[in-house]
Structure formats: C-alpha cells, structure tokens
Design a protein. Structure first.
Ligand SMILES: [Zn+2]
Ligand SMILES: [Zn+2]
Length: 237
C-alpha cells in the first residue's frame, strides 16, 4: 500500500501524495510566478510608510529600512540545496526551483539501448530545463514532471519546502488566494469545514483533510440538500 508523504493517508498504489496534497502542489506551482511578480513590484516600488512589524518597536528615531532584505534574497541569485535539512533561512526562489529541476532531471530515468540491444538506464540529460531558467519556466517544467515526482517519497520534501516558500512569499506580498466556504458539511467528518481555494482543483475539509473533486462535491451537496428538504417536509407535515 502506498501512502501520502505529507499526511500519511493511504493513496493509490505507486503514488506518494494524496489528491489533496497533489492539488496543493499543483496550485502552488501555478501561484508562485504571480507571487514573484508581486514581490518584484514591491521591491521596485518606492518605499512609502514602512509596513507594520518590519521595524523593531524600540522607538528609536532611525530611518526606516526602505527595502525588505528578505525580498532581495528571495529574488536574487544564490544557491539552494534540495535534500538538505529544512532550513529556516530564506532561499532564493530561482535557485530553489533550479535545484529541484536539476534533482528531478538527474533522477529521471532515460533508457537507451546500445548497439548490442542492451538497455541502459541513466540520468536523463534531456529532462534538464535548459530553456526555462526563469521562475515561470521552472514552475511550468516542474508541473509537467509532477506525475514523476508524485511516484517518489521525496515528493514530501518538495511539498514541505514549497509550503514554506509560498507562505514566506505570501507573507511579504500580503496576497493569499481566496477561500470559499462550501454549504454542505464534510461527508467524512460532518464538520462544516469544506473549503474551495482559488487556483486549486477540488474541495478540501479543513478539519479532517478529506478531498473531493468538483463532481463528487456537487453530487454530495445535491444529496445533502435533498435529504435536508425531505427532513423539513416530514417535520412540517
Ligand atoms: Zn496527503
Ligand atoms: Zn472532514
């Protein structure tokens, strides 16, 4: 049995991420380029009043720091290590994406046959995203190779690191995808905690993590409403 490397729930055989965490990964890779553009805009905008919380509240009459240095680091060049321990420091986005693309390209098996017909499995050079060395390019490339990543336990590291990165960036851009509470309760735990998030496929329960695709939710909501109406009719009679 396979299991999600993030939440430890059982998954489809051969997959190391459940539908919920797969949807999040996909959504974050789609969100990151836009967030990076916002970050860039923030960096280039003339600094007006310093945002709250960025300057220590010591009451000293020092000039506000005009640019958040974390933004400079996130947008700058630099170096990132894919499988290193989760570090709390800020990792440059491009370096982080490049490190993962490199890791995936290197582990992606290319099967070639020599003149004698023997198959050789070797790292796939072709997979390396040579022409995509921008944040958008890497995100597109990583999304394309996501099915490969989902088949490996290290997809959990990818998830956790991207989770940290996207939170850090959202924190600086003050932009978070909108959440929409759904009317019907969770079919698994009964909590009124089903939420759809802009950019993500499907609907997830905030309480138990149950994930439904749109069609499954529509069927569930229809059945729930019908049952509810039937109960009302009975009590009214
Ligand atoms: Zn999961
Ligand atoms: Zn639930």
């Amino acid at each position: 049995m396979s299991m999600c490397a993030v939440c430890r729930r059982a998954t489809q055989p051969g997959l190391h991420a459940c539908p919920r965490h797969t949807a999040e990964l996909r959504a974050w890779l789609a969100e990151l380029p836009g967030q990076a553009r916002l970050l860039e805009a923030e960096f280039l905008a003339p600094a007006a009043a310093p945002a709250q919380g960025r300057i220590g509240g010591t009451g000293r009459a020092t000039a506000p720091v005009p640019v958040d240095l974390r933004v400079v680091t996130l947008l700058g060049p630099g170096h990132a290590d894919v499988l290193g321990a989760d570090d709390d420091g800020t990792v440059p986005i491009l370096a982080w994406l490049g490190a993962w693309a490199g890791y995936i390209a290197y582990t992606y098996p290319a099967v070639t046959r020599d003149p004698y017909g023997t198959a050789h499995v070797q790292p796939c050079d072709q997979a390396w995203p040579r022409h995509y060395e921008t944040i958008t390019g890497y995100c597109v490339w990583l999304t394309r190779y996501l099915p490969y990543a989902l088949a490996h336990p290290w997809v959990g590291d990818l998830y956790r690191q991207l989770d940290t990165l996207i939170r850090r960036v959202r924190d600086l851009t003050h932009t978070v995808p909108r959440r929409h509470s759904q009317g019907a309760p969770c079919p698994r735990c009964d909590a009124h905690a089903l939420v759809a998030v802009d950019g993500q496929l499907g609907i997830t329960c905030d309480t138990c993590g149950h994930h439904l695709d749109i069609d499954a939710y529509a069927a569930h909501a229809t059945a729930y409403l019908a049952a509810h109406q039937a109960a009302n009719d009975t009590s009214a009679a």
